[in-house]
Design a protein around this ligand. Structure first.
Ligand SMILES: Nc1ncnc2c1ncn2[C@@H]1O[C@H](COP(=O)(O)OP(=O)(O)OP(=O)(O)O)[C@@H](O)[C@H]1O
Ligand SMILES: [Mg+2]
Length: 383
């Protein structure tokens, strides 16, 4: 296969002119972050945030120019508004970026605030928390597997582009194919289709993402992937209530969100923060799962409540959301998911696996009830 070089890509991009300024986008210094890997090309086009909404045709033209090169397998061009960002406040930047992505030119369906549904995907559920390390990824993978046992067609989108976990948890390595050079085929194991930044970037490559690039990456992992027919797509969210969450909440027609909390986390109000974020953007919170609820001693089976216990249940009641269930802190849950054989597939008869399945049933009961109501992504107004 012909070797793709940086010079070759830049030469191709020189044929693309900025419509407003007449010159080519390379001469104007708009190209940055060029990455070439096995024929997969990625780069950013820096634009003034004001112009973001009108730049989609330019982005497409740049992708097409590079795609025409021999040896190019896929091209991902993202618009970034970083350059002019110095003078702007964070919320303004987010708004500009949101317009870029979700504005009139941003999606196939056009209208602002009505993000295109993902064709074939009936429902999308985010697994989120207020803070990191509480077990979102572990819960997301086990719930995905539990949903397959209900006979559902399931996808898992690893939205943590800084620290993707799902390739490891699902035991998948390798790179996704792109037979048509435009959409990626998701990877698959245990009947779950998965897309993760971990498939696209080497594990030891430091990733430096700027706000608008994060948003593009997420929306491309969602929409430029050939998910096929799915009953439910679980989204493993990154920690926090920042950009990525807002993007998902705004751009993705989420059917609902599930909040993972440890008992002490809820006491610290982190989970409440997560919950409030989804409520603010009008995404229904399907309920709270308490993770690491108690410790079961592997030797004697004694239950100890290291992080206290029951906080999430009380909090769920107070907040008026469903309490979906609780999972203990158990070394088996950690070992199995960290080794690519989550407990729901490796020990389907264990009490934890049964527990995940009953939580999945509760989630699916709510999701099934709201599918087909055609809710649209809400519009976020930054203050
Ligand atoms: N119930 C549990 N029992 C034992 N270990 C667990 C449990 N839940 C999660 N873990 C372990 O805790 C660690 C953190 O979990 P995980 O990666 O799922 O959290 P996260 O919320 O996705 O983290 P991040 O915010 O970094 O994405 C992992 O090593 C995982 O195996
Ligand atoms: Mg995680």
């Amino acid at each position: 296969m012909p070797h793709v070089t940086e010079d070759g890509v830049l030469d191709a991009l020189k044929t693309v002119a900025d419509p407003d300024r007449g010159q080519d986008i390379v001469a104007l210094g708009m190209i940055s972050g060029l990455i070439i890997k096995d024929g997969n090309v990625g780069f950013a086009i820096e634009v003034d945030p004001q112009r973001g909404p009108h730049m989609e045709p330019l982005r497409k033209a740049a992708e097409e120019a590079v795609h025409a090169l021999p040896g190019v397998v896929s091209v991902t061009a993202v618009l970034t508004a970083e350059r002019a960002a110095g003078a702007r406040t964070a919320p303004q930047q987010q708004q500009a970026a949101a317009q870029q992505q979700g504005g009139p030119q941003g999606g196939p369906q056009g209208a602002p605030g009505t993000k295109a549904l993902v064709p074939g995907v009936k429902s999308i559920v985010a697994v989120a928390s207020g803070k990191g390390g509480v077990g979102k990824s572990t819960t997301a993978v086990n719930l995905s597997l539990a949903l397959t046992t209900l006979g559902l067609r399931v996808g898992l989108l690893d939205a943590d582009i800084y620290g993707p976990s799902q390739p490891r948890m699902l035991g998948i390595s390798g790179r996704p194919n792109s037979p048509d050079g435009r959409t990626l085929k998701p990877m698959e194991n245990y009947n779950v289709k998965c897309m993760s930044m971990g498939f696209l970037v080497a594990e030891d490559t430091p990733m430096i993402w700027r706000g608008p690039m994060v948003q593009s990456a997420l929306s491309q992992m969602l929409r430029d992937v050939d998910w096929g027919e799915l009953d439910i797509l679980i989204v493993d969210m990154p920690p926090g209530t920042g950009d990525a969450q807002l993007t998902m909440a705004q751009q993705v027609p989420l059917t609902g969100a599930v909040i993972i909390s440890t008992p002490q986390d809820i006491a610290l109000l982190d989970a409440r923060k997560g919950l409030n974020m989804f409520r603010k953007v009008d995404v229904p919170v399907l309920g709270i799962i308490e993770n690491m609820s108690m410790f079961i001693c592997p030797n004697c089976g004694h239950e100890s409540h290291i992080f206290s216990h029951g906080g999430a249940k009380l909090e769920a009641e107070k907040l008026g959301v469903d309490f979906l269930g609780e999972l203990p802190l158990d070394i088996e849950i950690r070992e199995t998911s960290d080794s690519g054989q989550p407990i729901v597939v490796s020990r389907p008869d264990s009490p934890h696996a049964v527990n995940y399945v009953s939580i999945a049933e509760r989630i699916w009961a709510q999701v099934a009830g709201s599918i087909g109501q055609g809710r649209q992504a809400p519009k976020i107004v930054m203050q």
